[in-house]
Design a protein around this ligand. Structure first.
Ligand code: GLC
Length: 432
């Protein structure tokens, strides 16, 4: 372990908040980015999307501005998803954006626009490829679903993963050479298990050992995720669609750099009919819950096939913008608080080790009081972050509820009855 090198995560653990963008042909059917798998669609039936893809309302500057306003500091864009369609002008296949009616290199346009807004650049790249003729059929491949090992062997006659591997290497080299400094490379994903007698794919199929060397040689500072099925090769742990309740540890038991990736509604690609959209509160909670466990949040948007962010995603981004405008100090540069500050009921802490300030996020507005341990005689000043107004506190012993004394060492914040007009109010605690 450790022989695979490491990227620069210094900026990453400071910035904490990024935008994931899942965009590809699957935006047209608008029924999930796994549609080819879910509906067992073969290449011929999927061709119509390739022939017609033409996002006439695409303006990446608007996307970049929305991301920056929401407080996001980096983005990760799908160069290619499992469908195999390439969003850049690659020289290694015809199945690419420049051969659609749109005709231009979308990746280049996105990168330029987001860089101009000051965001760092990340590429998501699918290891799976359901279009490439040499990517062997397995139990996830649209042609291989529910097939017997014999049927799959038959389908794989003439397919050679070594050829696909070379394609994967060539495209990786291309992506890490032609677009300037790339800060993150996000490979997706390995499934090194056997299902009903049919093997999945992992490190040997991808050539992960050589691949990681290639990446680090081309972009020494780049952050690579942990989905190459090669322990020790990743810089970040990437829980998906769930939030760890504790700080994450790596394979050797040390605190890991981690990033949860989440969606506004469930699917990653644009899904017209999905109704499971998260509320503003849930979205802001997600961000706080990640940072309070020293994690990053990578929040996903799936643009429509005309090239716009869905109106519901725009609403949520705007909710982030409003909250971050006033509370980013409790996010940037922050992580989990030291164990000497146990979280009060219905609250989370974030902590900035540079300034030594502690942020109490009040997730569920209580009636008038929050009782806190670990802060007696430690506070110099406490204020709401949204308006800088002083928050009073009293020691447990001389609390006004004199017949019902709080234990020694307990401290009590005095809150207004009405919740302040922000989604999640935060008390900034300046320690002595
Ligand atoms: C999954 C899915 C996928 C999505 C990704 C994001 O592994 O295959 O569709 O792109 O997670 O983390």
């Amino acid at each position: 372990m450790g022989s695979y090198g490491h990227g620069d995560t210094g900026w990453f653990t400071h910035d904490r908040f990024g935008m994931f963008i899942h965009w590809g042909l699957y935006a047209m059917p608008a029924r999930h980015e796994w549609i080819r798998n879910r509906e067992k669609i073969n290449d011929a039936d999927y061709l119509k999307f390739f022939e017609l893809f033409n996002p006439d309302r695409f303006d990446p500057r608007r996307w970049a501005k929305a991301a920056a306003a929401a407080g996001m500091k980096y983005f990760v864009f799908t160069t290619k998803h499992h469908e195999g369609f390439c969003m850049w002008d690659t020289q290694y296949t015809d199945y690419k954006i420049t051969n659609t009616p749109y005709g231009r290199d979308i990746l280049a346009e996105v990168v330029e626009a987001f860089r101009a807004e000051g965001l760092k650049v990340g590429f998501y790249h699918s290891l799976l490829d359901w279009h490439h003729p040499h990517f062997t059929v397995d139990f996830l491949h649209p042609l291989g679903i529910d097939k017997t090992p014999e049927e799959i062997a038959e389908l794989n006659r003439g397919r050679d993963m070594a050829v696909y591997r070379e394609y994967l290497f060539n495209q990786t080299r291309e992506l890490l050479t032609n677009y300037g400094k790339i800060d993150i490379f996000w490979y997706d994903f390995s499934y090194n298990r056997t299902q009903n007698g049919v093997p999945g794919k992992g490190a040997t199929d991808w050539g992960s050992e050589e691949l990681i060397k290639l990446i680090r040689s081309l972009q020494p500072d780049i952050i690579v995720d942990n989905r190459l099925d090669l322990p020790g090769s990743g810089d970040i742990v990437t829980p998906e669609q769930w939030t760890p309740d504790e700080c994450v540890i790596d394979e050797s038991g040390r605190p890991a750099v981690w990033e949860g990736c989440q969606t506004f509604s469930g699917s990653w690609g644009y899904h017209r009919d999905e109704t499971s959209w998260k509320s503003a509160k849930q979205c802001i909670d997600l961000l706080i819950n990640h940072v309070s466990r020293s994690g990053n949040l990578l929040m996903n948007v799936g643009p429509t096939s005309r090239g716009e962010f869905d109106y519901r995603a725009l609403e949520r981004l705007d909710d982030y913008a409003k909250w971050m405008e006033l509370h980013s100090r409790a996010i940037y540069g922050c992580g989990a608080a030291p164990a000497e500050f146990p979280e009060p009921r219905d609250c989370r802490y974030t902590w900035n080790p540079e300034t030594g300030r502690l942020y109490l996020h009040i997730m569920n507005w209580p009636f008038r009081h929050i009782f806190v341990r670990g802060l007696a005689d430690r506070i110099r000043y406490a204020q709401f972050l949204h308006d800088g107004s002083e928050v009073l506190y009293s020691k447990g012993q001389d609390h006004m509820l004199s017949y019902c004394r709080n234990p020694e060492g307990m401290l009590c914040f005095e809150l207004p009855v009405i919740k302040p007009p922000v989604e999640v109010p935060v008390i900034e605690i300046i320690l002595k």
